[in-house]
Design a protein around this ligand. Structure first.
Ligand SMILES: [Zn+2]
Length: 306
């Protein structure tokens, strides 16, 4: 009996090892290290002007971008830092003080630019989907954002669009500004691997040399969201705009990416644990916020505007 077990033991061990190998092959964890990109050559362009003829204001800079991928590419969203602050992790938040609130209130405002429509959807559909996404965040009960949409003025938006030569404005339009759809060539500028798998991106624009509330975080002037017109946009199907607007608006409201990403060797797709709106890649329609999204939001906003 003993010898039989001894004979079988190597077989069991081999089976165990091969099982483990299989499972680790199938589920490879993906890390998304932040990237640094230097924009100083853009700021110093002597002929740099926005669509309205303004130059870059000295008191405003782009701090970072957080981009969101298809997930089918096996890539996940990363954070791109544009200000070299050494190995310090400079973060940023909105400041509940009227001197630093460009709309003159402590309410959180948003703006939807209709100058850059999607090639696939009607403006009425895209505006409604973005409004639903904003309303979902506004509906989180721990916070009192008094979220309001500022009326469309017809003027072009986009600090980063103006900076990178895609037409825009260095002016404020809303705390969270949905700047619309731009071609993939815009997204190519924000990642060394190109922008062909980037669905959307949120930029954080900060006041330079300002930390009004002394919390070691930069003070947010506003955030800008762009969608990649290189993809087919849908409502209620892939790629679902409300899902992606909800994700980008989460960044607009200061949340970062959340959840562990794994590459499935079988399908080549990324999946997340736990699944949430703030996962770094698209993994299907998701128009309701999950427990972890709620917790992240509440940790930032529960005491606003105090
Ligand atoms: Zn993201």
């Amino acid at each position: 009996m003993k010898s039989k077990i001894a004979l079988l033991l190597p077989y069991f061990l081999l089976t165990l090892i091969s099982c483990e190998n299989n499972s680790s092959d199938k589920q490879t964890p993906i890390e998304a290290e932040p990237i640094f990109m230097d924009l100083s050559s853009y700021y110093s362009q002597s002929n740099l002007k926005s669509t309205n003829g303004e130059g870059v204001p000295e008191n405003l800079r782009v701090l970072k971008a957080e981009y969101f991928t298809t997930g089918e590419s096996g890539k996940i969203g990363r954070t791109v830092f544009f200000m070299n602050v050494g190995n310090k992790k400079l973060d940023a938040d909105f400041v509940p003080h009227l001197d630093f609130s460009l709309d003159g209130t402590t309410d959180i405002t948003y703006y939807i630019d209709e100058n850059r429509p999607s090639s696939d959807l009607a403006l009425s559909e895209t505006t409604a989907a973005i409004q639903r996404a904003m309303a979902t965040w506004d509906g989180v009960t721990c916070s009192n954002l008094n979220m309001t949409q500022l009326p469309y003025s017809g003027k072009p938006t986009g600090f980063i669009a103006a900076l990178l030569g895609f037409g825009g404005s260095f002016n404020y339009f809303g705390d969270v500004t949905h700047c619309g759809w731009l071609p993939t060539s815009f997204f190519d500028l924000i990642d060394v691997d190109g922008g062909s798998y980037i669905l959307g991106v949120t930029f954080t624009i900060i006041f330079t040399n300002s930390d009004y509330d002394n919390n070691k975080k930069a003070d947010v002037a506003w955030r800008e969201i762009y969608y990649n017109d290189g993809f087919s946009w849908r409502i209620g199907d892939h790629y679902d705009l409300e899902t992606i607007a909800l994700h980008e608006s989460g960044h607009g409201l200061s949340q970062g990416h959340f959840g562990k990403a794994f590459l499935d060797a079988g399908t080549g797709k990324v999946h997340f644990s736990p699944r949430s709106v703030m996962n770094a890649a698209y993994s299907g329609i998701q128009t309701h916020i999950e427990k972890t999204d709620n917790a992240g939001h509440c940790s930032i906003w529960a005491n606003w505007p105090n």
